[in-house]
Design a protein around this ligand. Structure first.
Ligand code: SF4
Ligand code: SF4
Length: 132
């Protein structure tokens, strides 16, 4: 990946922690798997409350806008707030995922944020891949 920051929705810091291959389509799951395989801790990311590098492969991305824009923006803002970050923040992927783990996942706050998501039952029972 280039050194240009990768655009990342904050709530995807949680989704990526629990991803086990399920997704909105086979292409989307492959895209997510490739992202995870290539994402290194030192990869720079820019946190953005709009469609991102993960959404790029999603069938719910309708001309650059998620079909559930308010719901997912709410997830994003909740993650930003709990991590003490602002939209537009630039940091390394490793710093971001460590914050998500420490401030959201470890204290068990994920379900409060995105318990209404269709994948919540899966994310509930997976160990976080950000746990050290
Ligand atoms: S387009 Fe929407 S549903 Fe698809 S990955 Fe992005 S935020 Fe999630
Ligand atoms: S429940 Fe949905 S939004 Fe929440 S971490 Fe899992 S896939 Fe992401």
């Amino acid at each position: 990946m280039s050194s240009e920051p990768v655009k990342l929705r904050p709530h995807h810091g949680m989704c990526l922690a629990y991803f086990v291959g399920c997704g909105y389509s086979e292409d989307f799951s492959s895209h997510m798997g490739r992202f995870l395989a290539r994402a290194t801790p030192d990869m720079p990311v820019r946190l953005s409350v709009e469609t991102d590098a993960i959404c790029a492969g999603c069938p719910n991305n309708l001309d650059g806008v998620c079909e559930k824009p308010e719901q997912v923006a709410g997830y994003d803002r909740a993650v930003l707030e709990r991590c003490g970050l602002e939209e537009g923040a630039e940091l390394s992927f490793g710093q971001f995922t460590a914050l998500v783990q420490e401030r959201v996942l470890e204290p068990g706050l994920r379900r409060e944020i995105c318990g209404g998501c269709q994948w919540s039952g899966i994310c509930d029972v997976q160990p976080s891949r950000w746990k050290k």
